[in-house]
Design a protein around this ligand. Structure first.
Ligand SMILES: NC(=O)c1ccc[n+]([C@@H]2O[C@H](COP(=O)([O-])OP(=O)(O)OC[C@H]3O[C@@H](n4cnc5c(N)ncnc54)[C@H](O)[C@@H]3O)[C@@H](O)[C@H]2O)c1
Length: 270
C-alpha cells in the first residue's frame, strides 16, 4: 500500500544484489512511495546483471562503486546529485561480507588479512559513506541515513564469527557520526537490527536454516521479512521519524527482548 511517504525525496541505495536482497525490497518500496534514487553495488556484483531488472522497474540509474573506495564513493555521491537534480534525503547502507565466514575459518583461528577486509566492507564503509556525503554537503536537512545490522553485535551467536565484531563497530559509527552529523547538518543516522532473513549474505552463515527456525520460535511475532524491513526503512526515511537518530532499532518480531518462549520450552519437555 503506497502513501506517498517519500514523495519528492532523493536517495542512494547500496546493496541490491538479487530479488532476495533486503536492499532490493527497500528500492521497490521506496519507489512505490514516490522516491527517486540511484542504485549502487560493487563492480563485481554488477556482473550478475540482476540489478538491471530493478533499475528498469524503479526507473533508476545504476552507478558501480566499491563502498571501501573513497574515490568511488565521491564519484557516486556527486553523480547521484546530478542525476537526481539536487541534494539527497536518504541513503541505505545494506552491505555485509566476511571472508572468514565465507572460507569457513573459525573465530578463534582468524586470518587477519581476511578480518581486515571484512571489517572494511561491513563496518568502515559506513563511516566512508557518511564522511563522503558530509564532505560533499550532499544531504538535505532532516535527511536519513540507515545501515542494516544484526543482534550478534550485542549477544553471542557463535557461527556469526567476525561479523559480530563488524556489526558492533557499525552500530557505534551510527552513534558517533550521528552526533556530529546531527549537530552540523540535522542529518539522522541509525541502524536497523533485522531478523535473520534468507538472502545471499544471510545464507552464507553456517547452520542458517536451523537458526532461522530457532529465531522464528523465539519471536512472539515471528521473524520479520525483508519486505517488512523495507517498510520500516521507508518509515525512517520519511518525515514521520524526524527526531529519531543515533539509535540501533530492533526489527525482529520481539526476539531481542525474549528470554524463552513456550514453543521452545515445549521442545524440551518429556
Ligand atoms: N540476511 C540476514 O539474515 C540479515 C540479518 C540482519 C542484517 N543483515 C544485513 O543486511 C545487509 C544486507 O544483506 P542481505 O541479507 O540483503 O544480503 P545480500 O547478499 O543480498 O546483500 C549484501 C550486499 O553487500 C554488497 N557488497 C559486498 N561487498 C561490497 C563492496 N565492497 N561495496 C559495495 N557493496 C558490497 C553485495 O554485493 C550485496 O549486494 C547486510 O548488512 C547484512 O549484514 C542481514
Amino acid at each position: 500500500m503506497a502513501n506517498n511517504l517519500l514523495k519528492g525525496k532523493r536517495g542512494i541505495i547500496f546493496g541490491a544484489l538479487n530479488e532476495q536482497s533486503i536492499a532490493w525490497k527497500v528500492a521497490e518500496r521506496a519507489h512505490e512511495e514516490g522516491a527517486t534514487f540511484v542504485l549502487t553495488n560493487a563492480p563485481i556484483a554488477m556482473r550478475m546483471g540482476e540489478i538491471n531488472k530493478l533499475a528498469e522497474k524503479t526507473g533508476s540509474q545504476i552507478i558501480a562503486a566499491d563502498a571501501t573506495d573513497v574515490e568511488d564513493l565521491e564519484k557516486l555521491v556527486a553523480e547521484s546529485m546530478e542525476i537526481l537534480g539536487g541534494k539527497l534525503d536518504f541513503v541505505l547502507h545494506s552491505i555485509g561480507m566476511s571472508v572468514n565466514v565465507r572460507k569457513g575459518k573459525h573465530y578463534t583461528d582468524e586470518n587477519y588479512a581476511w578480518t581486515m577486509k571484512g571489517f572494511d566492507v561491513s563496518a568502515l564503509s559506513f563511516h566512508k559513506v557518511l564522511q563522503t556525503t558530509k564532505k560533499l554537503d550532499a544531504m538535505n536537512e532532516w535527511g536519513s541515513i540507515l545501515a542494516l545490522t544484526y543482534i550478534a553485535a550485542q549477544r553471542v551467536f557463535p557461527d556469526y564469527n567476525d561479523m559480530a565484531d563488524n556489526k558492533s563497530y557499525l552500530e557505534s559509527i551510527a552513534r558517533s557520526f550521528g552526533y556530529h552529523y546531527g549537530e552540523a547538518k540535522k542529518v539522522r543516522v541509525n541502524t536497523i537490527s533485522q531478523s535473520p532473513t534468507m538472502t545471499t549474505a544471510g545464507s552464507g552463515v553456517k547452520g542458517f536454516n536451523e537458526f532461522l527456525n530457532f529465531a522464528e520460535s523465539m519471536s512472539p511475532l515471528g521473524n520479520a521479512s525483508a519486505l517488512a524491513c523495507a517498510d520500516y526503512c521507508v518509515s525512517l526515511f520519511s518525515d514521520l521519524t524526524r527526531y529519531v537518530t543515533m539509535q540501533n532499532l530492533f526489527h525482529d518480531g520481539g526476539f531481542s527482548n525474549v528470554g524463552v518462549t513456550q514453543a521452545v520450552i515445549d521442545k524440551f519437555s518429556d
